[in-house]
Design a protein around this ligand. Structure first.
Ligand SMILES: Cc1ncc(COP(=O)(O)O)c(C=O)c1O
Length: 327
C-alpha cells in the first residue's frame, strides 16, 4: 500500500483540472480538459515533483549526503531534482548527456541548465563516447570510496518509488471527475514512469479510463514494453496484481527526427495552446504530446461524446533554450 512508503512534501496537490473550451470548440471533436501538473509548485512545476516526494524521502531515510541523477542537457527532471534537493538541504550532482546533434550554444547554457546553477547543483557533462548511466555509476562508486553516501536517481525518476506519485495522480483524477468520467488521458511518455504510474493506478482503482502515451523518443514497441515493465514492477511493490498488457498504449507518430528535435506539429501545438488558452507547453515533451492529441482528434480517433484529459507534465522552463527552434 502506498501509505507504507515515506514521503516528503514538495508540491501543491491536487493540481487543478481545467476545461480547454476554446481549443475544444476550435478542433470540433471531444471536450478536452487539462490536468495542470505544470503547476505542481516546485521550481516552475512539472511531473517530477510527484516522483521526487517519494524518491527523496527514501534518500533521506538512507542518510544520503549527495543525490546524483542523470538527464539530457535541458532535462526538467534535473532542474526539479536540483530544486527539491535545495529545499531539503541535500547536495545535488547532475550528469548531463548531449542527445541533441548540433545543439546551439543557448541550448547548452540557458533554460534548465541556468536554473540548475541557480538552485546550487553541480553539473558534469558526460563525455560523448560514454554511456551516461555507466559514467554516473562510476561517479557514484568514487564518492562511496571516498567515504560519502551518494543516492542515485535513475533517468526521469522512473522507478517504483517515482511511479507512486502517478498512482496518486490517477487517484486524484478519478476523485475529481464528478459524475462524468474521463474516457481518455493523454500524456508525453519518455523514461516511462509517469505513464507507468497512471497504468498502475488504473489497475489498482479498476478504472475504465484509457491511457494514451505519445512517445517523444522511442518507437511504439520499445516504449510500450518499457512502460509495461515499469508498471508491472511498481504494482509488485504495492502488492497489487499485474497490469493488462492492452492497457499500455503508445503512439510514436509525433517524435519527428528524434528526441528534442523540433517539429512543425510541435510548433503548431505550442502556438494553439498559447494563443487560445494562455498556457505554455514545452518543445520536447508536452508540445509533441499535444500535437499527438490534435492529430488523434483530426483523424477521428475519439468520439465527440468522449471526455479527454491532457496531462500537462510541465517543461516550459526550457523554452528560452529553444528560441532557435521557433525562428
Ligand atoms: C516536461 C516533461 N514531460 C514529460 C516527461 C516524461 O515523463 P517520463 O520520463 O516519466 O516518461 C518528462 C521527462 O523528463 C518531462 O520533463
Amino acid at each position: 500500500m502506498i501509505e507504507n512508503f515515506k514521503r516528503v512534501s514538495l508540491g501543491h496537490f491536487p493540481t487543478p483540472i481545467e476545461h480547454l473550451k476554446s481549443i475544444s470548440d476550435y478542433l470540433g471533436g471531444p471536450q478536452i480538459f487539462i490536468k495542470r501538473d505544470d503547476c505542481t509548485g516546485l521550481a516552475t512545476g512539472g511531473n517530477k515533483t510527484r516522483k521526487l516526494e517519494f524518491i527523496l524521502a527514501d534518500a533521506i531515510d538512507k542518510n544520503a549526503d549527495l543525490v546524483v541523477t542523470v538527464g539530457a542537457i535541458q532535462s526538467n527532471h534535473a532542474r526539479q531534482t536540483a530544486a527539491a534537493c535545495a529545499r531539503l538541504g541535500l547536495k545535488c550532482l547532475i550528469v548531463l548527456e548531449q542527445r541533441l546533434k548540433d545543439a546551439p550554444e543557448i541550448y547548452m547554457s540557458s533554460g534548465n541548465v541556468f536554473l540548475n546553477k541557480v538552485f546550487g547543483a553541480e553539473m558534469i557533462l558526460c563525455p560523448p563516447d560514454r554511456d551516461v548511466k555507466d559514467y554516473a555509476d562510476e561517479i557514484v562508486e568514487e564518492k562511496k570510496h571516498s567515504g560519502g553516501n551518494p543516492y542515485f536517481i535513475p533517468v526521469g525518476g522512473s522507478n517504483h518509488l517515482g511511479e507512486l506519485g502517478y498512482i496518486e495522480c490517477m487517484r486524484e483524477i478519478i476523485e475529481n471527475q464528478n459524475n462524468n468520467p474521463f474516457t481518455h488521458i493523454l500524456l508525453a511518455t519518455g523514461s516511462g514512469g509517469t505513464h507507468a504510474g497512471l497504468v498502475a493506478g488504473k489497475t489498482i482503482f479498476q478504472s475504465e479510463i484509457k491511457v494514451i502515451g505519445i512517445s517523444i523518443k522511442d518507437n511504439k514497441s520499445i516504449q510500450e514494453e518499457r512502460v509495461y515493465q515499469l508498471a508491472t514492477n511498481s504494482l509488485k511493490y504495492v502488492d497489487s496484481s499485474a497490469p493488462n498488457r492492452e492497457d499500455v498504449f503508445v503512439d510514436d507518430s509525433y517524435v519527428g527526427p528524434g528526441y528534442a528535435e523540433p517539429t512543425d506539429g510541435m510548433r503548431k501545438a505550442l502556438s494553439l495552446m498559447a494563443t487560445r488558452e494562455g498556457i505554455l507547453l514545452d518543445p520536447v515533451y508536452s508540445g509533441k504530446a499535444f500535437d499527438g492529441l490534435i492529430g488523434l482528434v483530426q483523424s477521428n480517433f475519439f468520439k465527440t461524446t468522449d471526455k479527454v484529459l491532457f496531462l500537462h507534465t510541465g517543461g516550459s522552463a526550457a523554452i528560452p533554450a529553444f528560441e532557435w527552434a521557433f525562428e
